[in-house]
Design a protein around this ligand. Structure first.
Ligand code: DGI
Ligand code: FE
Ligand code: FE
Ligand code: FE
Length: 187
């Protein structure tokens, strides 16, 4: 889809602040796609729509998770995780994007998963390091991102898990799987 058209669609779904974040993710994802040889257009489209469902009501997201038979464990974990799989579903349903690679990159952009594709990894990392992000460790993740994609991902997932543990929060199993998968592959 044409970038201007895609941006105008997503702009209606999210706040101004989230739209600025989306532009940052888009620019970062395109840059990473260039550096690591991924499809730049798919990176652009995935990034533009990655937070499409961020502001949907919780009851709507819950209903979609149940109806679409997404991982039922999601309902026991932080509702912050829900907008990713629900976003992938709604972007197909409402926007008409059918590309499975793009839909997967959106679906797994928050949790990660075992066997992340190059595009999945780029969207996950771009979301984490886009220029508007400001949290302890983001500078290190940004530097690593342009040196070694997998090292940057391990660093980012570890930082996220540590953040959750420090706040007595649960860690969704796909996030742990993603971390273990990266470490086991020695990446
Ligand atoms: O939607 P964004 O704010 O751009 O970022 P995101 O989709 O990566 O959401 C991250 C939020 O999800 C962050 O506040 C932490 C929260 N979260 C809760 N449980 C988990 C989790 N993130 C991961 N990766 N794994 C969890 O188990
Ligand atoms: Fe998100
Ligand atoms: Fe993220
Ligand atoms: Fe995001």
């Amino acid at each position: 889809m044409d970038r201007t058209k895609a941006l105008s669609i997503v702009k209606e779904q999210i706040t101004e602040k989230r739209y600025i974040h989306t532009i940052g993710v888009m620019e970062t994802a395109i840059q990473l796609a260039k550096e690591y040889g991924a499809d730049q257009k798919k990176a652009e489209t995935s990034a533009i729509f990655h937070d499409y469902a961020k502001f949907r009501p919780l009851d709507e997201m819950k209903r979609i998770i149940v109806e679409q038979k997404f991982d039922a464990r999601l309902l026991q974990f932080n509702p912050e995780l829900w907008h990713a799989p629900v976003g992938a579903y709604l972007v197909e349903k409402e926007v008409g994007i059918k590309d499975a690679e793009i839909l997967n990159a959106i679906h797994y952009h928050t949790s990660g998963r075992i066997g992340m594709t190059l595009l999945d990894k780029i969207i996950y990392l771009a979301d984490y390091i886009e220029p508007g992000r400001n949290f302890p460790g983001v500078e290190e993740a940004r530097e690593l991102a342009h040196v070694n994609l997998n090292k940057a991902l391990i660093y980012s997932v570890r930082n996220t898990i540590q953040y959750l543990l420090n706040r007595n929060q649960t860690v969704y199993p796909d996030t742990v799987d993603f971390y273990n998968d990266l470490v086991m592959k020695g990446e």
